[in-house]
Design a protein around this ligand. Sequence first.
Ligand code: SF4
Length: 965
Amino acid sequence: MTTQANTGQGPTRRETLGLGGGLALSLTSLGGSLSNPFVKSVFAGEANLNYGAWEDIYRKEWVWDKVTWGVHTNQCLPANCLFRVYSKNGIVWREEQAANTEAVSPDYPDFNPLGCQKGCSFHHVLTSQERLRYPLKRVGERGEGKWQRITWDQALTEVADAILDAHESHGPQSFVIDAPHLHAGSVSFCGTLRTGNLLGATTTDINVALSDEFKGITHTFGTCRQGFTADNFFDAELLIFSHTNMAYTAPPMYHFVTEARYNGTEIAILSPDFSPSCVSADVHIPIKTSSDTAFWMSICQVLVEENLIKPEFIAEQTDLPLLIRTDNGRFLRASDLGEGREDQLYFNDQATGKIVQAPRASLAISGKPALEGRWPVTLADGAEVNVEPGFARLQRLLKADYTPEKAAIPCNIAPGLIREMARKIAVKRTHLHIGWGSCKQHHGDLMERAAMLALALTGNWGKPGTGFTHFFFATEHAEAFVFLEKPIEEGGLQLLLDYEKMAEGASKAKDPEATHTDAVLELQQLLTRGAGLVPPTPWMYHHAGFDQHWDRKEWTDPALDRTFGEYLAEARTKSGEPALAKVSPDIPPNVLLYINHNPLRRQRGGRKLYVEELFPKAKMIFSIELRMSSSAAYSDILLPGAAFYEKDDLTEGFLINPHFGLQQAAVKPPGEAKPEWEIYLALHEKIAERAATRSLTTFSDNTGTERQYADVPNRFAMGGSIRTNQDIVRQFVLFNEATGIFPKGYTFEQLQKEGGLRMAGLGRGIQDAAPGTAYSNDRPFFSFEDQLHKKTPYPTYARRAQFYIDHEWFLEAGEAFPVHKDVPMAGGDYPFRIVGGHPRNSVHTLHAAVPSLMKLHRAQPVAFVNNKVCQDKGVADGGMIRMFNDNGSVEIMASANAAVGPDQILIYMWEPFQFKDWKSPDTLLVGMPKPTHFALEYGQLKYYFMAGTPTPGTDRGLRFDFEKV
Ligand code: SF4
């Protein structure tokens, strides 16, 4: 990386490492922990080490100034691993796992030791070469790497003036906060969204931008915020993993897999490559990339064909008994019969032979819904049509297209193995763990829906050891403080309670039979709109040049006859969704803020389109960052943020590991870097000051309310008192205690003493409502107990787990039921398929350039290619290859590897700056979003924070070719 030489940060090693005092530590004994720059500075005589006696080298090796609590708020999964952090002379030297969790009972494994190789190396990030220490201003071209060190006052003045200019020229919405991530912690995430809310900015939705929404789960169950604790694995008899390489991506959880295996659980891994996780599996199912739907539908075919299904479970929990008209493929509705509301659906009662209304307020059904048959019905207009249960229709589909012999063609899996797996799923308590790779598939929604169908046919949810693990995290404390106006101790929570009441009322007004979950989803929509959050794909389409990719007909699903842009236009008109209306092509992105977002890495195709199309439109790009990422290098102003162990923070509650952890400021941030809450407060104060100087008094926020510039700093600080990271973390603790996420009476002081705790409850929001199970700390957690025992309906259009979606776009696309479709030809038609994910050495790209961790792969970016294919192409192991498609070409080292399928290229995440000309394989990606996901306002199909609308990160299975360089 060349930018560092020109950052103007000068001789900062001594200052950064805080070596002014006499550091009596041994270079040799701590050699493994020392970064190269540190060693260099010592040998250059810049570091003033003071050895009293040679014995100090070992005597004082374990003597510390401070031992604090540390966690990593970078949103790896599972996150929340609690560490002890050891620091001396202002430097964090090492960290080790606290390992202080307890099992729910003697019958289950505990979560210890919680931690991974990245976690044990975070202190390297603090002193890494890419670390930012001072505010910097660009003096060359964007991305050229020429910087000038400036004061905080100058930096904030220039940023504040740019925001005010944007307000004056095109309104507050032309200040855009592009998809801020939680990587830097709850405080920074909350501070960013709070800033967007207060200033009326446009903030693109992080989870949708990341393509981290399990759309097929949402389509089936109404939300994708269910959850399971990892110890639920222990109750499974069959554990299936798909779209994940858990040994790399969730090392602290992996022991639950091996422990379950010792307990007799069978482990099956569905994966195109023989991933490192396969080592401890009983069965590796070597599925061809992107053919999962065919596999799961074939499993369903065997289940139905061999009568291995659970008819009572299907009839009660799913939409499969609901009647579908044979003339148009739509559900039979009360509005068809002139009997009431449009979303009232029907089933045929075998007991009476009559067609009756399916209850909407409960899953409990009096009577016996038929799963097969066909009956005539007279509609309100006198027309006669035939109707049949969805199950009958499904049966025909499975028989026609998904026998194991037919599915074997796209999947490349022996029919016998498909049959064997189906028979096991039918009789074993089966749990499916789906990784985030599923969300990166263009047709990942169909894959998830098909997998859920197999679980439904076999009654595999709502009981210990069953169900599916994917995504659940409680950001409730961070999300609430986007809005709260007063500290909790001053009654701040009341505002949220008022919003809840409002949402409850709105929900009941729409549907008198609405449940608590429906009201919570209503609240999510209200808050999303209030915060100014918008779906990212329309914004990228209009402003970042993605229209040139996404509107290419030959790159789109051939089943669709319209382009992405045409679906978007229709969705705007039909849905009336305000978040779509807010993304206007006429409001340019005058000011762009990047915080913990590295779009040149993360946005598929962003390396090219952001640089060529989006950035030139912005008058000001500023970043709040702890390191010089590839994207930060394109900023105009860089504001240096504090890293882990340099600021107070609190983790999010990921349910797979149901613990929270406290992050404490063990050392000061280097140079003039600051915690983000303080940066935002200083920025708001500067905006108020500059507005007064420029005689600007008011602006409109996201709700259209007129706001005073002079009030912004005070409002940000909740009346003035919440000024530091620690202040807001105290508020988080109060909030979590008040909402039941923490035990009653739990205090910040207690947290400081204990470092972390197991969650006591799921809070008040979506994370409480969506899983449908009462949380308890004396047993593993799994979802949908209420649906099974209390008959609570699912928040879907059909009010049941829904496998048939009769939205007109789904019917047009042939996706009313899940069906196998190949990945569209985005990027062109080439013989190799790309797959990817997280590397062994980094969480996202945070450690991508940390030398000690890079050695876990090959100390440089690498593509894993089948060894036989390499041989055929004359490529040696370690040789360079050129990958290419219609978007261009990039160079990367090849690892000739027998674990990779012959049509695969497996590439993990790397920083663009690690490649020649900063051209990473991400440059070649298209991220083709699925236009039908603009279907909104159909039951569960809607947009709210972290859910709904097309995602731009679908890259798995895209086609490439390669040649030897
Ligand atoms: Fe745990 Fe993630 Fe930290 Fe590793 S990086 S120790 S998995 S929180």
